[in-house]
Design a protein around this ligand. Structure first.
Ligand code: BMA
Length: 321
């Protein structure tokens, strides 16, 4: 497997997560039709990397596009959106697609995204090659967002985090987990994590949603997530981390009270939606103790941040709610 992209912590920086110095890695007009390219997901693929990118076009239609990279930083994104074929269903209606996540499980790559079907719900598809994609049944009823699969079965079943929501700019939202024997029928829904009381940790007091695919560590599943506060200027999105029990992931062991990364750089503060950092993917190496996070910034561009896995875990334990 190719080494993950990496940049050492800048001298004098004391943060547990630090930004890539050449952010953003993908700009809003990087394909001819795009208005913005942001909340996107990447994985190891062949001798490099592949990804699924959210590109809104200049009519501001939301869709997902495949892309490829040798080093995980410089990307070639297809100029045409992904065209779905029938997977485990004939019903592949989709009014829009946004905020993809990607994970390799067993023999193929699975993509989840927010799928427009009479409002937002969770779409699922698989691919073997990032060329042909096969769409499956939606996981849940509308309304739902932030469907994030675990990278392996848990107690014999596929597992997915999600955030039941409404049809608008949802002013609430907690993280749930659901299980499936076959990637078609989902049940055994359990609440994982709720928003926090304002006085305890206000950055995550309005809504929360899972971000990248959870990472299995000796301390449980490391789940990076976004948290939102509703300010007099609208929503502000930051990212935090939690450690979930390995076999019973609805049991939260630790959860950061402070955020790990909040909007502070210009490309996070200004754009189509100001004050948004929205993580959708992470590459990691347990051996090298490295974590590389991909996040959408201000609903306009894609940026990266790095951290030492062991430090993120320790920080999560030491600064837990
Ligand atoms: C959420 C989604 C995300 C977006 C975020 C901030 O509801 O629409 O795609 O990044 O709002 O606008």
């Amino acid at each position: 497997m190719k080494s993950i992209p990496w940049q050492d912590r800048p001298e004098g920086n004391k943060d547990v997560i630090w930004r890539y110095s050449k952010n953003p890695i993908i700009n809003r007009y990087d394909i001819p039709t795009s208005n913005s390219i942001f909340n996107s997901a990447v994985v190891h693929f062949g001798d490099g990397f592949a990804g699924v990118f959210r590109c809104d076009n200049k009519a501001v239609q939301m869709n997902i596009f495949a892309g490829f990279s040798k080093n995980g930083i410089d990307w070639n994104i297809n100029h045409k959106p992904i065209v779905m074929q029938h997977g485990n269903t004939k019903m592949i209606q989709s009014d829009y697609k946004y905020d993809p996540r990607v994970v390799f499980i067993e023999d193929r790559y699975w993509i989840t995204w927010c799928n427009g079907y009479n409002g937002p719900t969770i779409g699922i598809a698989y691919t073997f090659d990032f060329n042909e994609f096969f769409q499956c049944e939606n996981a849940f009823l509308p309304f739902n967002r932030n469907g994030v699969l675990f990278p392996q079965k848990i107690n014999g079943k596929y597992a997915m985090l999600s955030r039941p929501s409404d049809n608008g700019h949802t002013p609430f939202g907690d993280i749930y987990i659901s299980y499936s024997p076959d990637m078609k029928y989902w049940g055994e829904h359990r609440c994982v994590m709720k928003t926090t009381p304002l006085e305890l940790s206000a950055w995550q007091c309005t809504k929360i949603g899972a971000g990248p695919i959870p990472i299995l560590t000796n301390d449980g599943w490391l789940m990076i997530y976004h948290g939102v506060i509703n300010t007099c200027n609208g929503f502000r999105y930051a990212m935090g981390a939690a450690l979930l029990d390995t076999n019973q992931p609805h049991n939260v062991k630790f959860r950061t009270q402070p955020y790990l990364l909040g909007p502070a750089e210009t490309y996070e503060l200004t754009g189509d939606v100001p004050n948004v950092v929205f993580p959708c993917a992470a590459l990691h190496s347990i051996k090298e103790d490295k974590l590389a996070i991909y996040y959408g910034a201000a609903d306009t561009v894609v940026a990266m941040a790095f951290g030492k896995l062991s430090e993120v875990i320790q920080y999560t334990k030491d600064n837990s709610l």
